[in-house]
Design a protein around this ligand. Structure first.
Ligand SMILES: Cc1cc2nc3c(=O)[nH]c(=O)nc-3n(C[C@H](O)[C@H](O)[C@H](O)COP(=O)(O)OP(=O)(O)OC[C@H]3O[C@@H](n4cnc5c(N)ncnc54)[C@H](O)[C@@H]3O)c2cc1C
Ligand code: SF4
Ligand code: SF4
Ligand code: SF4
Length: 395
């Protein structure tokens, strides 16, 4: 008889949900801890000690295997509306569309009506809009790994997108490579809990909280950066590090799941056939070589990690403005490609304060960071083209 999955230390579990999908007895559910992070809980009355949940868990103990030596590109979608409504250059939509065009299905993170975040499956262009845009909170994969497997077995093309740990979890759950599966991972530095985000939205929207219809962490009306908006039935509120303690601490790397500070993937390598991120700090000479592209609407960095990735990338090339570049220039402003996030000394105190006193701990802690608020205020006054000139000089 084998053991079922047991988490001894929080850092051992990334919440990918592979064990939940793997349990044929449906004995595992994800349960919230005091800070709102979700961990698997086993119902012993249903468990038959088959050990399958332990076998598919690749986060803490076993290497997940990885792709190496990618081809690297700077790219943006030619459709200006898609570029503007995506977080980076809109590459995800181009890849997803290529899969939909072949009658396939696409999995990714979408807001539910109650503004919680979960992975869903979409099967047409209209629904694809739900997956567009980065949501800076953990998305629950639920039973989507099972759904994806069923479609793959039926011979459908499937694109599954998510954080590296979700893609590693999916692949461990599937247990073999499927020719008809495209995996897309995003460059990821960590995720806070849904509970933290809900608390923040109550703080930001106040009595209009229940009227929230959309949260955009990256709203291109404010340029290509980390500024967003919260839409309610009556108004659109600014959502950024100046209005939201959550967003402020997210960008500082203070409020992530414990596993994110021990993330194995930056060191181990990319999990997706293709990796997408923001081409932060792209040099002006590269932008010029790309031709007709507006950098203020976002440029993606794309890592094409293996042969399958190459084939799919080729299929959406005509929708893109792109140029070949190198991994080093992407890594310069994307340290999470090489190392996991490091918690600052304030992290533990902040977390314990949140557990003891609720969101008030974030609100009061946030106000004390006067220096950060002043620096951000000054940076916000510098026009993007001047920022790019400064970046060119520095690099
Ligand atoms: C939590 C998080 C942290 C990130 N950190 C970085 C970073 O440090 N550096 C960097 O360069 N890029 C980072 N990204 C990726 C970046 O923000 C864009 O998502 C990526 O470049 C794809 O953009 P796009 O324009 O191609 O498509 P978009 O349409 O903007 O991206 C949508 C894709 O993101 C997925 N997605 C959105 N939210 C989540 C979520 N919570 N969990 C899993 N998948 C999600 C969707 O399923 C879809 O595949 C992060 C994204 C997230 C969600
Ligand atoms: S499979 Fe994923 S969710 Fe389950 S214990 Fe392992 S890391 Fe956690
Ligand atoms: S040991 Fe088997 S039955 Fe028990 S929880 Fe794990 S997968 Fe389910
Ligand atoms: S930092 Fe690592 S563990 Fe955390 S969400 Fe991203 S891939 Fe998963």
């Amino acid at each position: 008889m084998k053991e079922y999955i047991a988490i001894e230390r929080a850092e051992q579990c990334c919440g990918c949900g592979a064990c939940v999908s793997a349990c044929a007895r449906d004995a595992i559910t994800m349960k919230e801890d005091e800070a709102g992070f979700m961990y698997p809980a086993v119902d012993e009355s249903l468990c038959v000690k088959c050990g399958r949940c332990k076998d598919v868990c690749v986060f803490a103990e076993k290497g997940a295997g990885a792709n190496a030596a990618p081809q690297v590109y700077a790219a943006a979608h030619k459709n200006k509306n898609i570029q503007k409504t995506s977080s980076s250059g809109g590459l995800f939509s181009a890849l997803a569309q290529a899969v939909l065009d072949k009658g396939g299905a696409v999995f990714g993170a979408a807001w539910a009506e109650d503004m919680t975040l979960a992975h869903i499956c979409v099967q047409n262009e209209k629904e694809l809009a739900k997956l567009r845009g980065s949501k800076y909170v953990q998305s629950m994969t639920g039973t989507t790994f099972r759904e994806a497997k069923k479609m793959l077995e039926e011979g459908r093309y499937v694109c599954y997108s998510g954080t590296p740990c979700q893609i590693a979890g999916l692949k461990a759950y599937l247990g073999k490579d499927y020719e008809n599966l495209l995996t897309v991972d995003i460059i990821c530095h960590g995720v806070p809990s849904m509970k933290m985000l809900q608390d923040d939205l109550k703080y930001v929207a106040g009595e209009n909280y229940s009227k929230i219809t959309d949260v955009k962490f990256r709203d291109k009306r404010y340029g290509w950066g980390v500024k967003g908006s919260v839409r309610t039935a009556d108004a659109t509120l600014k959502y950024n590090a100046g209005t939201s303690p959550y967003y402020f601490y997210f960008l500082k790397g203070e409020v992530y799941r414990e596993s994110c500070y021990h993330c194995r993937f930056p060191a181990e390598g990319r999990q997706g056939d293709i990796t997408l991120g923001d081409y932060w700090g792209i040099r002006t000479d590269l932008i010029k070589k790309m031709g007709d592209v507006n950098p203020d609407w976002g440029i993606s960095c794309v890592l094409v990690n293996n042969e399958k990735g190459k084939q799919w990338f080729k299929q959406c090339e005509k929708a893109l403005t792109l140029i070949s570049t190198d991994r080093q220039s992407v890594e310069k402003r994307n340290k999470q490609l090489t190392s996991a996030s490091k918690p600052l000394p304030e992290h533990e105190e902040l977390l314990q304060g949140y557990i003891r006193n609720g969101y008030a701990a974030y609100q009061s802690g946030y106000k004390k960071h006067l220096k950060d608020h002043i620096i951000r205020g000054i940076k916000n006054m510098i026009p993007p083209q001047v920022k790019r000139k400064i970046n060119d000089i520095l690099h």
